[in-house]
Design a protein around this ligand. Structure first.
Ligand SMILES: Cc1ncc(COP(=O)(O)O)c(C=O)c1O
Length: 300
């Protein structure tokens, strides 16, 4: 997958992936897109926020979309392996059963790649959790779904880890013809690989640390980086404190959202996105896998 260029991501490819996601055996749903006012919690911000609730998606996050497309594009019955202790691993494990395949989710994203290579020598096929064309095309279905309800949003705000989600959503929106829509990526201050990649004009890595573990892989993906360069306005940063406060605000509004899933909302409420006044703003809530012990650690 290393050689695929951003040119391979066409509207036709994304439409095809959307069909695949919708018809997959994984029971992926068209998640609600709700206006913030539906939550009844007041917010002192002068724009119309719409939340895309992927915390309500099957397996609790958007990752299942890309995974459905990855599995559909590969022959049945193979042995797969991946590195992820998070939402990707959960969706991958769920998909194995439904696609009659075998596989292993073997280690956290921080584990050395050399160990994954050993598994490949055992004839297992490695599936990447963010730098993969099929995965990104599957994630793009989220952007297409947004446009089905809100055909020309002013602003779309998406959190970014390795960049697969941001790349897919941004490509879907721009290739669908929304030339004026501004798309922002959001990263934690302590895990800002895409932000640094934009500055250095190539995908880079860092010793990433954040409470939002899903947003803290050690490298920005190469294909995600190329697509984000093309379609994303800018990457903005939020602190772990701002993320924690966002988790609490969303919880008070009736939404159970994990730290990674709250970062885009944190950026909006902390005025990190320029010129939002009076605009229609779509905020992707990317996941809700959080336990009550973890929630109890967050501010009131
Ligand atoms: C809830 C959630 N949001 C966002 C991300 C980031 O996705 P990506 O690595 O495609 O940028 C992850 C990654 O695991 C996640 O679990």
């Amino acid at each position: 997958m290393g050689e695929v260029s951003a040119d391979a991501v066409t509207l036709n490819l994304l439409r095809e992936a959307m069909e695949t996601v919708r018809s997959s055996p994984l029971g992926i749903i068209n998640t609600p897109l709700i206006p913030w006012c539906q939550t009844t919690l007041p917010l002192s911000i002068d724009c119309n926020i719409f939340l895309k609730l992927e915390n309500m998606q099957r397996t609790g996050s958007f990752k299942i979309r890309g995974v459905a497309n990855q599995f559909t594009k590969r022959p049945k019955g193979l042995h797969f392996v991946t590195m992820s202790a998070g939402n990707y691993g959960k969706s991958f494990a769920y998909a194995l059963k439904h696609y009659e395949s075998k596989g292993k989710v073997v280690m956290p994203e921080t584990a050395p790649v050399s160990r994954a290579n050993l598994l490949q020598e055992d004839k297992m096929i490695f599936l990447h959790s963010y730098d993969d064309l099929d995965l990104i095309a599957g994630h793009a279905s989220l952007g297409m779904e947004v446009l089905e309800v809100n055909s020309d949003p002013d602003v779309v705000v998406v959190c970014c880890g390795g960049g697969g989600l941001l790349a897919g959503v941004a490509a879907a929106i721009k290739l669908s013809g929304c030339a004026k829509t501004r798309i922002y990526g959001v990263e934690p201050e302590g895990a800002c690989t895409m932000y640094k990649s934009f500055i250095e004009k190539k995908p880079v890595g860092m010793d990433a640390k954040s409470i939002a573990s899903g947003l803290a892989p050690p490298f920005a993906g190469r294909l995600p980086y190329e697509l984000c360069q093309r379609y994303v306005e800018a990457i903005v940063l939020v602190s772990d404190q701002e993320i924690k406060a966002a988790v609490s605000t969303l919880y008070k509004s009736g939404l159970v959202v994990e730290a990674s899933g709250s970062a885009a909302f944190a950026a909006i409420v902390n005025n990190k996105i320029p010129e939002l006044e009076g605009k229609n703003v779509v905020c992707i809530i990317s996941g809700g896998n959080i336990g009550k012990d973890e929630l109890a650690d967050f501010p009131d």
